[in-house]
Ligand binder design. Structure first.
Ligand code: DGL
Length: 267
């Protein structure tokens, strides 16, 4: 199976794109709804929660796990790849959303002025800036944390006029910096993509990780037959959650497009 992990529902957008492009594989989605948000938590806690989730998905038979959560990809992925996997699961893989998104942004940016919006955790980790500069050292990166966006979207208030005011404030420094490409560095932000687009004072490329990660996963599977041939292909989908929250089906429908049948698990 391919495991897809997120702190909550946002990763369903990433899963949806995998299902569209690579429908034959079996997928196991895990949303840590009991402990969302990850975006405000320390490095150590994000690492611990993510490692528990990865361990759980491996025990369920996943060979490959995608961390759809940008905060987990930013704060935990490297340590999981470098320290945890070699000792515990040397023949399995965990991938994230930061590098595929960075590659797509660099491919589309013309002047190398790239804006990144994300949770506080993602922005303070500097993960996007580090990876952008690793691949293209001359890139100028402008980052803005948007801590209010996840709660607004989860409360279903994205159409509220206050959301535009908040977005305007978050986007002002990026407008001022004249970025030519904007990375939506959080699972949730593509829900407000059109509002973001209308508040930017010039035309620019907007990169959503959900859109680019599907293409990159297809490419990864082609290049890694040692992983691909071990994946089961019966078109199965299972959805695990650590809490059945009151707004569960409303949020599942917002991100997935339809209600889902969850199984409750403890990590
Ligand atoms: N999934 C998180 C991310 O992409 C957003 C929600 C949270 O803060 O946990 O960064």
């Amino acid at each position: 199976m391919i495991g897809v992990f997120d702190s909550g529902f946002g990763g369903l957008l990433v899963l949806k794109e995998f299902l569209r492009l690579l429908p034959d594989y079996d997928y196991l989605y895990l949303g840590d709804n009991a402990r969302i948000p990850y975006g405000t938590r320390s490095d150590e806690v994000v690492y611990r929660f993510t490692q528990q989730a990865v361990d759980y998905l491996f025990q369920q038979g996943c060979i490959l796990i995608i961390l759809a959560c940008h905060t987990a990809s930013s704060k935990a992925l490297r340590r999981i790849q470098q320290q945890y996997l070699p000792v515990h699961y040397p023949d399995r893989r965990v991938l994230g959303v930061v590098i595929p998104t960075v590659e797509a942004a660099l491919a589309r940016s013309r002047q190398g002025r790239i804006g990144v919006i994300g949770t506080e955790g993602t922005v303070t980790s500097n993960s996007f800036a580090i990876e952008l500069k690793k691949l293209e050292p001359a890139t100028q990166v402008f980052q803005q944390a948007c801590p209010l966006l996840v709660p607004i979207i989860e409360a279903g208030e994205q159409e509220w006029e206050g959301t535009d005011l908040i977005l305007k404030r978050y986007l002002a420094p990026l407008n001022q910096a004249q970025v030519d490409t904007l990375i939506l560095g959080c699972t949730h932000y593509s829900i407000v993509k059109s509002q973001i687009q209308s508040l930017l004072n010039h035309d620019l490329e907007i990169i959503c990780s959900a859109e680019v990660t599907g293409v990159k996963l297809a490419d990864y599977l082609k290049r890694h037959p040692e992983i691909e041939t071990r994946l089961s292909r019966q078109g199965q989908r299972r959805y695990l959650t650590t809490d059945l929250t009151p707004g569960f089906q409303r949020l599942a429908s917002l991100f997935m497009g339809h209600p889902i049948a969850p199984e409750i698990v403890e990590l």
